[in-house]
Design a protein around this ligand. Sequence first.
Ligand code: COA
Ligand code: MG
Length: 290
Amino acid sequence: MIAPDRPRRSALYLPASNARAIEKARTLPADVIILDLEDAVAPEAKVEARAAAVAAVREGGFGGREVAIRANGLDTEWGADDLAAIAQSGADAVLVPKVSSPTDIAACEAALQSAPPSMQLWAMIETCAVVGQLDAVAAMAKTTRLSLWIMGVNDLAKEMRAKLTPERTPFLPALTLAVCAARANGVAVLDGVCNEFRDLAVFRREAEQGLLWGFDGKSLIHPDQIAPCNEVFSPGEAELAQANSIIAAFALPENAGKGAIRVEGKMAELLHLEQAKRLVAIAQQIAALS
Ligand code: COA
Ligand code: MG
């Protein structure tokens, strides 16, 4: 496993062709920065954007943030050169779009042969074709660099010809099946973007949906979305206090060897102890970030 369970509450996309946005990203409190070469970059600007992304990563200055570069698909005229350049960039991850099968993951893995072993492979889950193969694609994490998925709701809506409403009901089955497949295979999974970047109340409701549905965090398109997103995906005070109570209760001598105990009037089992420990560990890592 090359992807530790680290906080990935907020993952901000920016067009790698936008120098101002790259400069800003070095100071923004997003856990993950994604320099995009794909949909946010016009065909005429692709080659220049690739060079700018690689130069930005080499230059550094992103602090503790994870930095990924999103490549164009291997079926486009830019894909192979993107992967070759990203492999040597020192980025934490390469994000590949429109993955539809285990074969697609295998092709990306092969293209990254010369990349350092620490470089992760992240995949966009955004085609209709992948929905029937989620488990097989996630299982590729056992034998490749694959460690994280990001849902691409705009592309999924386009392919399904479904409407992207605030409730997101047409996408709920695909989103939750993706969460299950990712979890079953130890892959981290981030929710899709909310195109609404001026109305932060709409954004917050969507981020809360993502938390409820099990995502580790959310992908973002605008700096204003970072603060509410980090807040939604950070463990709350009450939740942390409860987790600490569960950990403390299981540590009591009278509870040694027990599988189920009473904590503050509720049942707590060993599975809750595990959840509590994970929550506390994530909270500690978040505290260390800020
Ligand atoms: N990352 C970093 N900085 C960003 C940013 C981003 N994604 N989006 C905007 N900014 C910066 C702007 O450069 C501007 O900086 P400045 O005022 O300090 O010079 C500031 O934030 C305010 O920007 P604003 O005027 O509100 O936005 P805009 O109208 O210029 O741009 C978008 C709106 C949607 C075009 C822009 O946010 C964007 O390109 N988002 C990312 C798109 C993307 O990557 N899509 C692919 C994945 S879905
Ligand atoms: Mg897409």
